[in-house]
Design a binder for this molecule. Sequence first.
Ligand code: SF4
Length: 365
Amino acid sequence: MNQAQPIALDTSRALNLYDLTQPELVELMKRWGQPAFRAKQVWTQLYRNLAPSFDAMTDLPAALRERLKAEAQLGVLQLTREQTADDGDTRKVLWQLPDGNVLESVLMLYPDRATICISTQSGCAMGCVFCATGRMGLLRNLTPGQIVEQVLYFARGLRNNTFDATSRHDHITNLVFMGMGEPFANYERWWASVERLHDPQGFNLGARNLTVSTVGLVPGIRRLANEKLPINLAISLHAPNDELRSALMPVNKKYPIAELMAATREYIELTHRRVSFEYVLLQGQNDEVEHAEQLADLIQGMLCHVNLIPWNPVLGAPLQRSHRKRIQQFQQVLLERGIGCTVRMERGVAIAAACGQLAAVPQST
Ligand code: SF4
């Protein structure tokens, strides 16, 4: 894993309202001498009405709006670049944090769903060799508010129909925490964002529509198994044996496959939920029939599904995407062993918005 720079939360600016829990907002309104129902009004403005500014919160008294403007912020992320591909159905946004660090998020519109891929950290410490983000190292953990803000931006755009796309959706149907960073390495803040987005009195995104992807941090998997909200778990496996996995993913030296599988089995036993295994296919590295057989041996009988991901190019990485025939063969082996398996549809490769390509390199559009 890359050695990370010191990590800190950004506290350099005024209060970001999206960082507050509902009880914290109640407390703030109380401190400001407001009646108890004001907190509910503000919460509704933030997460139901998706208010883009304090001025848009017209049900609040003018004096309160002025005070909010003076002492609080409605988000801290600055939109730095927005790119589209796939006839507008894929949209990647580069954000800048107040300290200058960057992150990215992606909206992918399909005929039957609108999925967003959200970052939980700026950069990532895990150093997977096939991933552009891993090359950045870890720059910063995001706060719950900074995670939530990414979501609200896309939700607003869909509701107000400001995105020029071929697929029409007016709300987000699915959210995957598969952008920059390892969510379980920023567990508390990431989970606070999950609770915020799920809140039935607020944004109200169903737990079943949320998916977290982990590189395989075993303590995180165990912790998630005991959370009350039944969100989906995806595990980035990418190799069926320790030698290969450690070469591709340094985290495997800390949490080798046997330990990861034991934690995954415990998770399934406790939650009765199906786990997804992500497997990026790299020509001549992990895509032989023999690897597919090893993978089948590893997961056969588990309540699981495999997503095969044809590798997306990352500048400077000495790797190649598997040939189509290899991908089909690999899938066939798994299917013949009775393991559910799909090949992930490619989105946003042209704008480096596909899996493993998020690197937030500032560049002109
Ligand atoms: S694949 Fe995920 S965990 Fe691995 S370096 Fe990239 S962002 Fe981090």
